[in-house]
Ligand binder design. Structure first.
Ligand SMILES: [Zn+2]
Length: 373
């Protein structure tokens, strides 16, 4: 086969989407965010409008879902905070069809265009179709070139009385300071483990250990926790592949293990074949071509396992992520010294960092260093 030409991918299983569909589809519950909700309730009660809000927090933590519910509360025929969910207005918003709720989204790797901003400016100047307020939601609001952001600023400087603009971002430092200073800022953090755990246990699909694994792997982000069970079954299989591979190499400091940790990926073939089987990856004459998302997930599983081994060696069992396979991890932990694991974690992290920076333009966030905080 000529170089660079790829075989068609085999008909493997359809990869689960890494993020949920548009809010409203599955009507995800609002979990956590108690202090944000209290503030929103005050806005709702006072029917605050004529301004800009900036909603800041990690991806998949529930910002956009809640922004749509907040809009629903204002436009709901019952006037219920966050909306009743059954009246015509609520249903139109859930279906993304309410003329007074405009949502601006952007494809991965793209920016909001200047045309989007012009459309926004045009719509802002029009009266609401129903009632006294019109909502404009900008998802990933930081993804905007200077020209578009400046045009946006002009409108936000003097917002009409009957509008609420909500800028949603996970990278607030990329929002123009002049926009930031004009906005009501709401900060979202991860949702507490006990809140997510009691929700998952009520669903009756999980053992407690599995539920804790799902929550810790998701770092308290409901957008991940609420993924369907099939998504997590898939992750279990990926993790099993990584675990098996670790168990094969960890007990004996063999050539392959060291080469692997030096980022020579040739000894990785066994793991690659297994992941290929699970994900339906692509093989070319030049080697394995891995979807960027798969690579990230496999490396993250490796990182989480190494971290868990580290915590177990230090006797900090309550910090581990892979709670549901703790027996296996405890056996593995007996084979390694904490300092050695620490070195391997640093290697994995710099591997992740290099991939993020050099291959993926910083588009994915590298998890933090070892910390008990
Ligand atoms: Zn309603």
């Amino acid at each position: 086969m000529p170089r660079g030409k790829r075989k068609h991918p085999p008909a493997g299983p359809t990869p689960p989407a890494p993020t949920p569909g548009p809010p409203g589809d599955a009507r995800p519950p609002i979990l956590g965010h108690e202090s944000v909700l209290r503030r929103l309730q005050t806005y709702h009660r006072q029917r605050w409008r004529g301004g800009t809000m900036l909603w800041v927090g990690p991806p998949a933590v529930g910002k956009k879902t809640l922004a749509l519910r907040f809009a629903r509360g204002y436009l709901c025929e019952q006037g219920t905070f966050l909306g009743c969910g059954t009246c015509r207005a609520c249903r139109l918003i859930d279906q993304g069809q309410h003329p007074d709720v405009l949502v601006f989204t952007v494809e991965p790797g793209q920016n909001h265009s200047i045309e989007d901003v012009w459309r926004f400016q045009h719509q802002v100047a029009l009266k609401p179709w129903h009632g006294d307020v019109k909502f404009f939601l900008w998802d990933d609001a930081e993804r905007m070139r200077q020209e578009a952001a400046n045009a946006m600023l002009k409108t936000l400087e003097e917002p009409p009385e009957d509008t609420i603009t909500i800028l949603i971002t996970s990278q607030v430092y990329r929002i123009l300071p002049t926009i930031r200073s004009r906005a009501q800022i709401l900060r979202f953090g991860p949702v507490r483990e006990d809140v997510l755990l009691s929700y998952l246990m009520r669903q009756g699909e999980w053992t407690e250990a599995e539920a804790r694994w799902v929550i810790r792997w998701s770092q308290g982000r409901p957008g991940l926790v609420l993924q369907p069970r099939s998504f997590w079954e898939f992750h279990k299989r990926l993790r099993r592949a990584v675990l098996d591979w670790f168990q094969q190499w960890l007990p004996q400091p063999q050539e392959a293990w060291w080469r692997y940790m030096e980022m020579d990926l040739r000894p990785l073939t066994g793991l690659a074949q297994e992941v290929f089987r699970i994900t339906g990856g692509i093989y070319t004459a030049d080697g394995w071509v891995w979807n960027r998302w798969w690579v990230q997930q496999v490396v993250l599983h490796g990182l989480m396992i190494l971290r868990d081994l580290y915590w177990l060696r230090l006797g900090l069992r309550h910090l581990i992520v892979n709670v549901d396979v703790v027996g296996t991890l405890e056996r593995m932990a007996a084979w390694v010294e904490p300092a050695w694991v620490e070195g391997r974690i640093e290697a994995w992290l710099s591997f992740l960092h290099d991939m993020a920076v050099y291959h993926f333009g910083g588009a994915w966030q590298v998890p933090g260093r070892l910390t008990t905080a």
